[in-house]
Ligand binder design. Sequence first.
Ligand code: SF4
Length: 254
Amino acid sequence: MLAKPRPLDRIVDAEAGIAAEAAGLDALLGHLKPIEIIERAARESFRGEVAAVSSFGADSAVLLHMISEIDRSTPVIFLDTGKHFEETLGYRDALVADFGLTDIRVINPDETALERVDPTGQLNETDTDACCNVRKVEPLARGVEPFRAWFTGRKRFQASTRAALPVFEAVGSRIRINPLAHWTTSDQADYMRAHALRENPLVAYGYLSIGCFPCTQPVQPGEDARSGRWAGHAKTECGIHLSGLEKSLTDASL
Ligand code: SF4
């Protein structure tokens, strides 16, 4: 008699299937223009099952503008870490109004977890990984849990760690879509200008990549845009784009 499949076997099978689906979509659609990728994903491949995740940072306007051109009711997930600049929160509200986005989902850290691991709100000073985990990684896993896929505005030029970024990539049992992966800084600037898009006010002060205020600094001329994030630490990503999220997503989907 055949052994009954264990839950772990089913997860491994499902994830292999998702990886194959992501690779297939990347081969089929990855070369299209970003707005075409968004359109095909939102109207065909993941109709009614796709969200966008936005930090409303330095580069966020382009992706959100394109999404609003395709479907203003696309859910947009914003992780309110409790540590954002006031300017970012104001920018979020202004862009939502500019683009007429109708489904903004603000996800907060889990209060019980926050009380347990960061009761004083100063965890970022001693353990940035644990702080990002409770304020970003776990909340994102919760935010994307209802969807099969989500859009991000990540691009290859932003950091050496993103140099091989695919347009479609598997994350556990879901697919992350990076329609702007192959865009350059000039593509970004040209689009902002052509559509007269509002800029995060912090960009004028040299903040070229914007996250939480305790962990973000202005960037010096000629430096990598993300060099102002966790400056002085080896850390380069908050974890929402790394394997920690895959584990959270796997746990969330059990
Ligand atoms: S970026 Fe800094 S403040 Fe924000 S969650 Fe990560 S460690 Fe905490």
